[in-house]
Design a protein around this ligand. Structure first.
Ligand SMILES: NC(=O)c1ccc[n+]([C@@H]2O[C@H](COP(=O)([O-])OP(=O)(O)OC[C@H]3O[C@@H](n4cnc5c(N)ncnc54)[C@H](O)[C@@H]3O)[C@@H](O)[C@H]2O)c1
Length: 339
């Protein structure tokens, strides 16, 4: 954790006091560059209870939070379909906007958010926290310095389990307009990493289906992709891996070496066959670490008036690839598996 106190402190407001906001409690307990001044949730009971834990103000209406002149930046942790409008409102109110993933549901929404950020001259970023893990950082460095040679293949598998109760417990989950499906909600972290490591995708072929849940969107998807650099790979994602999360892996094959990352947080090295770089120094990190690093990075960017590591365009790029996968595939439904 940083030892030097920077010249200024960033004051955050958080909109949405649900499951992911719990993680921000650990984040802010460990940060010395920022604090939470207010939280808002349309459910005032949740907002008040979260405010007690942050020792801050509680609001029901997020516009009241945005009217607070003391707040520099806002974290948007509401159902995904609400991100775009809330971020635009925050930017128009002069706040920097840190938006939970996915940044938006559609490319039109992402463009409107980016325009609002440019107009307001404020930072717009999204929480792609897996980019900040020691293992994913080491892999980025290894690829970028050429230690794996030309990249031949890059693939990801997100075989997770979400029971029907997960979708039933919040009305937005599993819906087209608010959740978007396994690619937008779960695999976006891994899709972002593939783009981060290998660059843009040239061609793809994809399938999407709802196979294990009673929901509007896909719970299973697969795509074969060819990147502009000619590398080929696959994206596999499901929330049907009964009875519990099976794996999340990222496999990169280069002409001079291969790496497989996995583990519950993608911070374990499953295989490392790279001669030039040793993976010995990969640190174990707590569950909240990625979020901690995102907020640390954005806070320093605000203080130093520079860009954060994750740009709004990165959030849009992941969204763009997911929309290409969606456009290339028809959503089929067969909950009974009776073909
Ligand atoms: N980065 C990650 O690893 C990660 C992990 C989990 C969730 N998320 C993202 O975080 C977001 C929230 O997910 P969650 O699991 O915490 O959901 P949740 O349903 O547990 O919480 C959402 C909260 O938003 C509140 N809310 C709804 N409408 C509102 C409004 N108009 N104004 C203010 N508050 C409102 C709800 O009352 C609820 O408390 C989603 O976009 C999700 O994709 C990111």
């Amino acid at each position: 954790m940083p030892d030097q106190k920077p010249a200024r402190f960033v004051k955050y407001g958080i909109i949405g006091c649900g499951a992911i906001t719990e993680r921000y409690i650990d984040v802010f307990e460990n940060l010395n560059t920022a604090c939470v001044t207010a939280v808002a949730d349309s459910d005032l009971v949740k907002s008040k209870s979260m405010a007690q834990r942050f020792n801050c103000q509680a609001f029901k209406n997020y516009h009241t939070l945005l009217a607070n002149q003391d707040i520099d930046a806002v974290i948007i942790a509401t159902p995904s379909g609400l991100h775009a409008q809330m971020a635009i409102d925050a930017l128009n109110a002069g706040k920097h906007a840190v938006v939970e993933k996915p940044m938006a549901m559609t490319l039109e929404q992402a463009d409107a958010m980016i325009y609002a950020a440019q107009k307001a001259k404020r930072i717009l970023t999204t929480v792609l926290n897996n980019r900040f893990l020691p293992a994913t950082i080491l892999l980025k460095k290894t690829i970028d310095q050429g230690a794996m040679g030309r990249i031949i293949s890059g693939s990801t598998c997100v075989n997770w389990y979400r029971p029907q109760e997960y979708y039933n417990e919040a009305a937005w989950r599993g819906t087209r307009l608010m959740d978007g499906g396994v690619l937008l909600n779960q695999a976006i972290h891994h899709i972002d990493l593939l783009l981060y490591y290998l660059g843009e995708v040239k061609h793809l072929q994809a399938y999407r289906a709802t196979l294990g849940h009673d929901i509007e969107v896909e719970d299973t998807a697969a795509a074969i992709v060819q990147f502009k650099n000619s590398a080929i790979g696959t994206i596999n994602a499901t929330t049907c891996a009964y009875p519990k999360n099976l794996e999340e892996t990222l496999t990169i094959i280069g002409e001079k070496g291969c790496v497989v990352l996995g583990g519950p947080k993608l911070n374990s090295i499953r295989a490392w066959q790279v001669d030039e770089i040793s993976p010995n120094d990969v640190l174990e990190v707590p569950k909240w670490y990625g979020h901690y690093k995102v907020i640390e990075n954005v806070s320093l960017a605000i203080i130093e008036q520079r860009e954060p590591l994750i740009k709004s365009e990165d959030g849009k790029k992941a969204l763009e690839l997911i929309w290409r996968i969606m456009a290339n595939s028809q959503l089929t439904k067969d909950v009974s598996n009776g073909l």
